[in-house]
Structures are given as structure tokens and as C-alpha cells.
Design a protein around this ligand. Structure first.
Ligand SMILES: NC(=O)c1ccc[n+]([C@@H]2O[C@H](COP(=O)([O-])OP(=O)(O)OC[C@H]3O[C@@H](n4cnc5c(N)ncnc54)[C@H](O)[C@@H]3O)[C@@H](O)[C@H]2O)c1
Ligand SMILES: [Zn+2]
Ligand SMILES: [Zn+2]
Length: 351
């Protein structure tokens, strides 16, 4: 089959690799109809997140049709259309039972193989899914494939960021970083009844999307973001700051923008060697800092049902739909934010 593999920083390639096979009775094989490139893939692409074996099949956002199931798989069968969360989960352990599916004791992240161990990714024609019964979710017939794909990561991660921040009615929220995660966090904050939701970035088309989604765009390269948030909150600062970047500068900004007693909700993945804040900085503002891999699998059924209403403008997020063979071009566009790139879908069947 063809699959997008990591070679070295800034070098990925669509190449011929061996087809995956069932390795455990709880596995399924999925023929991928849609995959996507995520901001998390960019950490690896840029070489900021090290450790991935060269040759690993990339990608953790995919949707497709089951072509084979192991003998122990009961909930899904061949021919079912399913969407996967970005990491697998067993459904039975202490963490899964409590909804923290992203920290399942037998969880694996798609597209992460290190020292020969791990799970190949979904930017491929075929992908092996462990614990298929618990991991995969059926795509409802009345939900579009593209929104359904987004439910497996960015939509769920963004909505989780708003929930983790405990965004409440009338809250002033600031979302830092308007990639797909930040934009979905903006939508999720609105959904929870937030008042003003500011969206901070410097990329024009991403700021435009924030406005389109009902947010107040703030260009941190051209505007005084601190002053704008102070002016909207009687000088207090925001109730909740969602940091969807994963960089020390964004942490520092989030700290400045939050009010005393506020919450920093952080989906952003950080690779710096040390935390950007001193403990005293959190103490001195009575801040709550919450972060971690979003338990998207636990949220997916509700979100897929929510998507039936068809009123979330998710199509606006997707800027590029490319054949798998053009993945290297897609990574380059997304990383450099060229051609108004906001989200790249990869379509294995598109030639
Ligand atoms: N916690 C999770 O489970 C989870 C899941 C998916 C993605 N993520 C992480 O969420 C983050 C965002 O993902 P994405 O797909 O939206 O990525 P992205 O790269 O498309 O978006 C990041 C945005 O941040 C902006 N930005 C960079 N520095 C900034 C700064 N100092 N201030 C304001 N904006 C700044 C960029 O212009 C860009 O628009 C990444 O770190 C990704 O790894 C986490
Ligand atoms: Zn992702
Ligand atoms: Zn588990």
C-alpha cells in the first residue's frame, strides 16, 4: 500500500510499504477514505519532538471502512464505516472506565513508532487499529465524512479544551493560537455560553475564521492584546485562557491575560525542557493550569450526534484536500501557512 512516512525533519514521503495485518484478535484493519495532517504532526515534522523512527507511517486523524476484524471483535464488522480517535484505548481499564481514554493503560498513539515499538499511522491506504471495539466509533449515516473525521481529534480536542477550562455562561475567554484546535476551542466556548471570546494569532485567514466563528480577532503582531482584554474585563483579565499553541511565548501571554482566580486550559503540546512559569506566578494569581492529551474517544459519540444538526461551520476550517501522494506538499503548506492553509485533508483514493 501507499503511506506517508517520516524520513527526517522537513522530509516526509508517500512511499510503498507493507500492508498492515491483524496482529491480535481485538484488532481491525481500516481502509482509509480520509486522513488529515494535524498541528501535532508538525512538532515531529519540524524536528522539535524527537524520537520517531524514520520510516514510521505518520498521522492520527483518519476515517474509513473496515476490511478485516480479529476473532474477538464484536461491535464492528467488515464494511462498517468508522472514525478513529487519535489514540487507541481498551475501554475496560480504570482510566477508560472513568472517561480518561487518552490515558488508557494500553493506549497507543497512531503514527508513533520509537525504537521499533508503537503503532503505525493513518496517513495511509490501510491502518491497523488495536482494541477495535473500544477505539473505533461508527460514523452515523446522516453525518458528513469531513465533519466526522474532525470529531476524532480537532473538534473533540477543542471542545474538551473549553470543558477543561470550565467555560461558563458569560465568561470572557481568550483563545491563543487559531489553528484548527484553537478555532474549535472557540466554537466549544461559544457552545458553553461564553460571552466575548477573543482569538489571538497573527495569520490573517485564521483571524478571519475566528471572526466568522463569532470570536473577536486580535492580531498579536499588530495590536496590544493585553490592553484589549483588560478593556473588556474592567481591568481584571479573562476568566479562561485557552492556550492552543504549545510554545513558551504563548504560556507567558496566557498567564498575563488571565484574571486572578482564572483558569489556563492548555491543549497545546509543549516540547521545551522546562515550564515557562515560576510556581510563584501561578500562586500569585490563584491560577488553575490544566493540560493533557484530550480524551477524545469519550467525547466522540456525543459530538457525532451533535454534528447531525449540521450547524457547525466546520467546512470553513478545511483549506486543502490533496491526494495521499501529495502529502509532502501538504505538510509544507500547513507548516509554512502558505496558500491560506488552515487544515489539510489527505484522500487516498484521489489521484
Ligand atoms: N492536547 C491534545 O490532545 C492535542 C490534540 C491535538 C493537537 N494538540 C496541540 O494543539 C496545538 C495546536 O494544534 P493545531 O492543529 O491547531 O496547530 P497549528 O500549528 O495549525 O496552529 C497553531 C497556531 O498558533 C499560532 N501561534 C504560534 N505562536 C503563537 C503565539 N506566540 N501567540 C499566538 N498564536 C501563535 C500559529 O500562527 C498557528 O495559527 C499543537 O501544539 C498541537 O500539538 C493537542
Ligand atoms: Zn491531531
Ligand atoms: Zn483502557
Amino acid at each position: 500500500m501507499h503511506a506517508v512516512t517520516f524520513r527526517s525533519p522537513f522530509e516526509v514521503a508517500c512511499v510503498e510499504v507493507t500492508d498492515p495485518v491483524l496482529e491480535a484478535p481485538t484488532d481491525a484493519i481500516v481502509r482509509v477514505e480520509l486522513a488529515a495532517i494535524c498541528g501535532s504532526d508538525l512538532h515531529v515534522y519540524r524536528g522539535v519532538e524527537a524520537g520517531l523512527d524514520p520510516g514510521t507511517v505518520l498521522g492520527h486523524e483518519f476515517l474509513g471502512t473496515i476490511t478485516a476484524v480479529g476473532a474477538a471483535v464484536q461491535r464492528h464488522r467488515r464494511g462498517d464505516r468508522v472514525v478513529s480517535p487519535f489514540s487507541s484505548c481498551c475501554g475496560a481499564c480504570w482510566f477508560c472506565q472513568r472517561g480518561l481514554t487518552s490515558r488508557c493503560q494500553d493506549s497507543q498513539l497512531f503514527g508513533w513508532v520509537q525504537d521499533g515499538r508503537g503503532l503505525q499511522g493513518g496517513q495511509a491506504e490501510l491502518v491497523r487499529v488495536p482494541h477495535a471495539d473500544a477505539s473505533l466509533v461508527a460514523v452515523p449515516a446522516d453525518v458528513g465524512l469531513e465533519p466526522a473525521l474532525l470529531a476524532g481529534d480537532v473538534l473533540a480536542t477543542g471542545f474538551h479544551a473549553a470543558a477543561q477550562g470550565e467555560v461558563g455562561a458569560g465568561d470572557v475567554v481568550v483563545v491563543i493560537g487559531l489553528g484548527p484546535i484553537g478555532l474549535c476551542a472557540l466554537l466549544g466556548s461559544k457552545e458553553r455560553g461564553a460571552g466575548a471570546v477573543f482569538g489571538v494569532d497573527s495569520v490573517p485567514e485564521r483571524l478571519e475564521l475566528a471572526a466568522r466563528f463569532g470570536g473577536v480577532p486580535l492580531d498579536h503582531s499588530a495590536q496590544d492584546v493585553d490592553a484589549a482584554v483588560r478593556a473588556a474585563t474592567g481591568g481584571r483579565g479573562a476568566d479562561v485562557v485557552i492556550e492552543a499553541v504549545g510554545h513558551a511565548d504563548a504560556t507567558a501571554l496566557a498567564w498575563r491575560l488571565a484574571r486572578n482566580g482564572g483558569t489556563l486550559s492548555v491543549p497545546g503540546v509543549h516540547n521545551e525542557p522546562a515550564f515557562a512559569l515560576r510556581p510563584g506566578q501561578l500562586y500569585d494569581k490563584n491560577l488553575t493550569y490544566r493540560t493533557g492529551r484530550a480524551p477524545v474517544r469519550a467525547l466522540m459519540p456525543e459530538l457525532l450526534a451533535r454534528l447531525r444538526r449540521g450547524d457547525l461551520d466546520l467546512a470553513a476550517l478545511i483549506s486543502h484536500r490533496l491526494p495521499l501522494a501529495d502529502a509532502a506538499h501538504g505538510y509544507s503548506l500547513f507548516e509554512r501557512k502558505l496558500d491560506r492553509c488552515t487544515k489539510v485533508l489527505l484522500v487516498p483514493d484521489q489521484r
